[in-house]
Write a new protein. Structure first.
Lengths: 269, 258
């Protein structure tokens, strides 16, 4: 018998308690609390919106450019936050590894759940903008597809966090490397530039370009979410399946790396 | 001892085997041979992998702890006592051999539990109580006993990072003994407490023995080993070199150490 083999209920209770304390620690001692985390994506949105529509006139004739930009930033912010917080789960909370036994996957998962809660809160604010500035009627029948996209987004973030968390314990440089990867990813994903407003030279090779960009699951999640919420359309079953397979592969790889290293975390911290 | 739980554990939770069984448990750590301190050093040797030396903290340990045992583990610093406890607590996974633990475990390892410095004492009691298998309402029902036992009630709303080591040990120990675990692991509980706290620990130990709880007890305080333990093992360089009644083992320890 594995020591501490516990019931699912007990593990869920631990997960809930850890997520709750993480959330508490994140906001404690600040007056505006959760408003600050809201501020980050929205400030980024405001500055990019001003620069790209007024200075560079890149918004083009898309009436929903700003909504698409906001949605893209919110979804990307989740990935960034989730992987950074999840990656540091053991490094920031060594006591949960070296002093007591908590199934290690729960420690990473609770951190990523906090990011997920923040994503949901950001989406509530997005919904407000959407109702004011969005299409009429605000949501069509394809909008429900956004739910599976968000689920896939979480799986992607969690899978990456699992792998990153155990590697970070061995190589602390990963923190910096991953921040650079995230920064590059932000510009290589159609968040600010969108397929509708590319300059002419790129547009002549649109198909090839789009294929390349769509190898990035984040590009798919963001584009598909825009289809669902703003364009009221869908990429077809094939497109969604390809995304699901991509996310599944990332998650599986992340889990396998985690499972292989898991037993050595305590001595490496 | 005040305790909201039947700490003997329901009979159904006990199997016929021992509470803790270690068979051929070996655990080694890798320690780097060369120390890279400067950037240049690590750059020059970038493509040469660091050489590691293997240090066997536990080698081929076989032992069993029966239900109701008060099992003392003694030995010099670095003999593997804490590693042994961590293997039992499943914090370390053995490289070879296997470790079987039949029952819930309450660990108290080196000055405390999984305390998060950013949380208050009260929040940490709840967090650790839940980690050790209580529900929120169960923690609530023993909360006052825990605080009373630790005698640091005034500081429960203070962040734990501002606690002294004595306060931390008191609170950690109080939580460990109030969760309904069949097996309690104690590493150096007596090390930081004052005389009065040690007296309190001894009262608890006496109660444990009476209740027939299973304890694995690591300490340098040979007097308390002789007083409370019914079995003792002596570790030396990761091996058990003597085991049996506390009196004999302590004699062996004294003879070998001097």
């Amino acid at each position: 018998m594995k020591p501490y083999a516990r019931s699912l209920n007990a593990n869920l209770a631990i997960l809930e308690e850890l997520a709750r304390t993480d959330l508490k620690i994140r906001f404690q001692g600040s007056f505006l609390g959760y408003l600050w985390t809201l501020m980050k994506p929205f400030a980024l949105f405001a500055v990019l919106y001003v620069v790209f529509t007024f200075f560079m006139q890149r918004g083009g004739d898309d009436p929903f450019f700003s909504l698409k930009l906001l949605l893209g930033i919110i979804l990307w912010s989740f990935l960034s936050d989730c992987t950074l917080v999840g990656m540091n789960a053991f490094v920031w909370k060594p006591h949960l590894v070296t002093k007591v036994y908590v199934p290690r996957i729960i420690i990473v998962m609770s951190s990523t759940l906090v990011s997920f809660v923040l994503l949901l809160l950001n989406l509530v604010v997005y919904a407000g903008f959407h109702l004011v500035a969005g299409p009429r009627p605000p949501f069509g029948p394809d909008a429900f597809l956004f739910v599976p996209y968000v689920v896939l987004l979480y799986c992607l973030g969690f899978g990456l966090a699992l792998a990153l968390s155990v590697i970070l314990v061995r190589a602390r440089d990963l923190q910096h490397i991953w921040e650079i990867v995230l920064q590059m990813g932000f510009w290589l994903t159609p968040i600010i530039w969108q397929f509708g407003n590319l300059p002419a030279p790129v547009q002549t090779r649109q198909v090839l370009f789009q294929r390349l960009v769509m190898l990035n699951p984040m590009a798919r999640i963001i584009e598909f979410s825009r289809y669902a919420l703003i364009g009221n359309t869908n990429p077809g079953l094939k497109g969604i399946l390809v995304l699901a397979v991509m996310v599944g592969m990332v998650f599986l790889a992340g889990y396998l790396i985690f499972a292989k290293q898991e037993s050595h975390i305590a001595e490496r911290l | 001892m005040p305790n909201g739980f039947d700490t003997n554990g329901p009979a159904a939770q006990r199997t016929n085997g021992p509470a803790v069984l270690l068979e051929g448990v070996t655990k080694s750590f890798r320690i780097p041979k060369e120390h890279r301190t400067t950037l240049k050093e690590s750059f020059v040797r970038l493509f040469r992998p660091t050489e590691y030396e293997s240090f066997e903290a536990l080698s081929d340990i076989n032992m069993s702890v029966e239900y109701g045992d008060f099992f003392g583990v003694i030995g010099l610093n670095g003999s593997g006592k804490s590693t042994l406890l961590r293997v039992i607590a499943s914090i370390y996974e053995p490289d070879r051999g296997h470790c079987e633990v039949n029952g819930r475990v309450a660990p108290f390892l080196e000055l405390g539990l999984g305390f998060n410095g950013e949380l208050t004492g009260r929040e940490n009691v709840f967090l650790n109580g839940i980690i050790m298998g209580l529900t929120r309402s169960e923690v609530r029902s023993v909360y006052h006993e825990i605080v009373e036992f630790s005698e640091i009630g005034r500081f429960m709303e203070m962040k734990v990072k501002n606690y002294s080591s004595g306060m931390m040990a008191r609170l950690g120990f109080a939580v460990s003994i109030h969760v309904p675990a069949e097996i309690v692991l104690l590493d150096e509980v007596l090390a930081v407490g004052d005389v009065e706290f040690q007296k309190k620990c001894f009262d608890v130990f006496e109660n444990f023995s009476r209740q027939g709880r299973t304890i694995v007890f690591v300490t340098h305080d040979l007097g308390s080993v002789e007083r409370f333990c019914n079995k003792t093992a002596l570790l030396e360089n990761g091996c058990i070199v003597a085991r049996g009644s506390p009196h004999e083992v302590i004699e062996t320890y004294r003879a070998r150490a001097l």
